[in-house]
Design a protein. Structure first.
Length: 144
């Protein structure tokens, strides 16, 4: 039986490059987009994503910062077991280039060719408040 802590989940999340980031749209629907976390997941459950100011996602977060992240990767049991993590949290929009540089990785330049100097760049910090996981036959929930 695998009992995860936020630290062990964050470690697993670092190994899963893409997450689905879900927001609440203007008309109350759920909007989901694939986002790369670039292995930038902090021990306390914070994760960081980059986008541009002109996206619907930014408008959704400005209106309602409650978001969900969904991760899928290899489970702890081996033998092809699967790991699923659902994170509920609050998103902050960061527009500070100094903070961009603290979380920037060269892989991001495939989407933002001017790097951290890309006009209209926005960093989204998602602070986890609750996480639910399914790791093979084990499951659990963490309140943060």
């Amino acid at each position: 039986m695998t009992m995860h802590t936020m630290a062990s989940l964050a470690e697993k999340m670092q190994q899963i490059d893409f997450a689905m980031l879900s927001t609440h749209t203007e008309d109350g629907q759920i909007g989901a987009r694939p986002m790369s976390n670039n292995q930038d997941v902090a021990y306390g459950g914070d994760s960081y994503y980059f986008t541009t100011e002109d996206t619907l996602m930014v408008k959704d977060i400005e209106r309602d910062p409650r978001v969900n992240l969904s991760f899928h990767g290899k489970g702890s049991e081996g033998n092809g077991s699967q790991l699923f993590i659902a994170v509920e949290g609050r998103a902050d929009l960061i527009r500070d280039q100094h903070e961009f540089r603290e979380h920037w990785t060269p892989d991001l330049e495939q989407w933002f060719v001017q790097g951290a100097d890309t006009p209209g760049l926005v960093m989204i910090r998602v602070h986890a408040e609750r996480a639910h996981y399914w790791d093979g036959a084990d499951e659990g929930e963490l309140e943060l």
